[in-house]
Write a protein that binds this ligand. Structure first.
Ligand SMILES: *Cc1c(COP(=O)(O)O)cnc(C)c1O
Length: 340
């Protein structure tokens, strides 16, 4: 099998404006950092709470759920693996769009599942709901790498026609206008997966949250490692969720920067699908240098963005939304490169 290829992580001392893995440019909540420091004490000799009760209760409060509907994971990547272990039998099938999150084929290979890959057009407006048979449908929404979202109504139609578990991988939903959360009370086959990596600036902590029907959540909890979240992670994540003001202020800044930066890219001649995430996909227009060359030129100027070297994606770059200053500097550099 092929391994998942994560975005480049610069080595120590390599100074780059890092806009390639959709991290949040702003620091985590001071309350989360305080909780983290408080957790780094003598109590580390004790195992953490295997049920993550405090974190689940906090998440339930913030998202209007019951704590029995929440399963925390060591990043949402672990939750995706837990979903596979829970719902995909050996030889079973997994459906997902292509392109989407490039971890999905890897998860399927590990599970020895058959894959049903469906082509995702860059403009998915009016996309009919696919008719497929599989145990699990992995739906990245807003999707990576284009940044566009599936509407709540579209996801509800998918739930109506698809017989298995629909996973709404909502890693970027906090930056979007719509989420599938309102569907949860009436759709027990829906599993929503969120992460604190992007919207709460905690990619380094590794905390994700799955929201599901209590019976589905209970099955997932059976197959997870007992102590999948360490003590500091549980404490800091709960504190981060409690600081909604910090989260909202950063989310709003990122959405405003996204609008400004998208407009700049469009002026420069790129085609930019309307992003619902904290990144944009910039596709080169006619007469422009190849995306590969722009990517290389940006790297020389110490800007690291994501270039996917494969057919269908190699005409563009996926660019995470940083601070206003970072995006202004980047837009300047891109302007120099495309006007040469
Ligand atoms: C970033 C990302 C994840 C992983 O998030 P972690 O919680 O950091 O593991 C999952 N799904 C998608 C679509 C992502 O982009």
């Amino acid at each position: 099998m092929s391994a998942y290829v994560p975005g480049l992580q610069p080595g120590p001392g390599q100074r780059l404006v890092k806009l390639n893995t959709n991290e949040n440019p702003y620091p985590p909540s001071p309350r989360a950092l305080k909780a983290l420091r408080a957790a780094a004490g003598p109590r580390l000799r004790l195992y953490p709470d295997p049920a993550c009760r405090e974190l689940r209760e906090r998440a339930a409060e913030v998202y209007g759920l019951d704590a029995a509907q929440v399963v925390p994971g060591n990043g949402s990547d672990e939750l995706l693996a837990i979903v596979m272990r829970t719902f995909v039998d050996e030889g079973g099938a997994v459906a997902y769009f292509q392109p989407s999150y490039s971890l999905y084929p890897v998860l399927a290979a590990v599970a020895r599942a058959r894959v049903v890959e469906l082509p995702l057009p860059r403009d998915a407006t009016g996309l009919p709901v696919p008719r497929v048979q599989a145990g699990v449908f992995l739906l990245s929404t807003p999707n990576a790498p284009y940044g566009t979202g599936f509407s709540t109504a579209w996801i509800e139609s998918l739930l109506a026609s698809f017989p298995g578990i629909v996973v709404a991988d909502e890693a970027y939903a906090e930056f979007a206008d719509e989420t599938s959360l309102p569907l949860l009370p009436r759709h027990p086959r829906l599993v929503i997966i969120r992460t604190l990596s992007k919207s709460y600036s905690l990619a380094g902590l590794r905390v994700g949250l799955a929201f599901a029907h209590p019976e589905v959540a209970a099955e997932m909890a059976k197959v997870k490692d007992s102590y999948n979240l360490d003590r500091p992670a549980q404490a800091a994540a709960a504190a981060a969720l409690a600081d909604q003001a910090h989260f909202r202020a950063n989310r709003d800044r990122i959405r405003a920067t996204r609008a400004r930066f998208s407009a700049r890219l469009t002026e420069l001649g790129f085609a930019v699908p309307a992003s619902q995430a904290n990144f944009v996909f910039a596709a080169t227009g006619t007469g422009m240098p190849a995306a590969r060359e722009i990517y290389a030129g940006l790297l020389e100027r110490r800007f690291l963005v994501r270039f996917f070297d494969r057919p269908g994606l190699d005409d563009g770059m996926r660019i995470s939304i940083g601070t206003d200053d970072e995006m202004d500097a980047l837009a300047g550099a891109i302007g120099d490169l495309v006007r040469r």
